[in-house]
Design a protein around this ligand. Sequence first.
Ligand SMILES: [Zn+2]
Length: 139
Amino acid sequence: MEFIPAGEIIGEAHQVRTVTIKQSPQLPDGEYSFIDTYCADPDCDCRKTMIQVMHNGKLVSIINYGWESATFYESWMGSSAKDNSMPKMHGASIDITSPDLVGRDGMLALFNALLNDIWIAKIKRHYDEVKAAMSERTK
Ligand SMILES: [Zn+2]
């Protein structure tokens, strides 16, 4: 499954979320940017984003975030969802490919603290826009 940054598809309208952290007990000081990427397969209904977290220009973490209910992903994945080796898709988790250059717990705590209705709405809109753009391309 290929994931592409929303900004590459949507362009100008896309804004990357950036926050500045100072004196956090869990994370190094500096600027953190959250680049939301989406699965490029227009026929795949995975409803998730993989967020690349950049700290002072360097990739430090990768977060998976699924906004649908746990039940949605269980039925989407079918019986394989009962297998505990499947990654958790509902909510936020650190991806297995994350370089983990900052603490996983600190990163998840920051992400969850930043997550609000406005950001979730933006993520869902980006998902729809990326899927729509990719299906245009493959026609
Ligand atoms: Zn997908």
